[in-house]
Design a protein. Structure first.
Length: 230
């Protein structure tokens, strides 16, 4: 699968690019400028020479023309940027990792966008696409460290069950990650807002936390397949 990452030069986007490339996918790191994309690709390849990484590079427009697209831009530009590429994204699975958060004093607080969540706003901007909310809770630093497993459940929601299954298959290829379907896109508000809680725990306990839920068998709730946590 050719995966395009819009905003792929940031910590979360580049970390995901690493993991998907190691899993054997063709990854295009998108950016506002092709030069910045090329710089990030070269930086990642130099950082992890033992993995013999390969990336495609290009603009966000080039990323939007891939088979599956992940939007890893800051939350306040996510809906705008997908709207600019609506035609290229038509019919495709589009994953949003964004969280609408603001820091008030020493506390992180979630914002509630007019449509209820960033993911719902994105779906409204590109109604011809299959939007999936996922990976909001993955610590970017751990995602970008190939020497360690991420060790996290990944909560996924969408109005398109087949899109949840596609994204679940990708998430399961990240060592330590377990994909869990949480239902329709209306649940994205809870997923996005919960990130504020995780960040607050990071501050209080000086760590980087990720959710791990108990009591759920390691079986994909959609396909019924066993999910091995490598």
């Amino acid at each position: 699968m050719r995966i395009g990452i819009i905003g792929g030069t940031g910590p979360a986007g580049s970390g995901l690019a690493l993991r998907m490339s190691v899993a054997g996918h063709q990854v295009l790191i998108g950016s506002r400028s092709k030069e910045r994309s090329e710089e990030k690709a070269a930086e990642l390849i130099a950082q992890w020479p033992e993995h013999k990484l390969k990336f495609d590079t290009g603009t966000n427009e080039a990323a939007a023309n891939c088979d599956l697209i992940v939007v890893a831009t800051p939350w306040d530009s996510t809906a705008t940027i997908v709207g600019e590429h609506a035609e290229a994204l038509r019919g495709k699975v589009v994953v949003t990792m964004a969280n609408a958060l603001v820091k008030v004093g020493k506390e992180f607080q979630p914002l509630v966008p007019p449509r209820g969540s960033i993911a719902a706003h994105v779906q409204a901007e590109i109604p011809g696409s299959r939007v999936v909310a996922a990976m909001q809770h993955l610590p970017a630093k751990e995602l970008g460290n190939l020497n360690h497993h991420v060790d996290s459940d990944v909560l996924i929601c969408s109005d398109f069950p087949e899109a949840i299954e596609i994204v679940s298959d990708l998430v399961a290829q990240i060592p330590g990650c377990r994909p869990l379907s949480t239902g329709r896109l209306s649940n994205a508000l809870a997923l996005e807002a919960f990130t504020a809680v995780l960040l607050q725990l990071n501050v209080r306990y000086k760590t980087r936390v990720a959710p791990r839920l108990t009591g759920i068998p390691d079986v994909d709730p959609i396909s019924g397949r066993n999910m091995k946590l490598d």
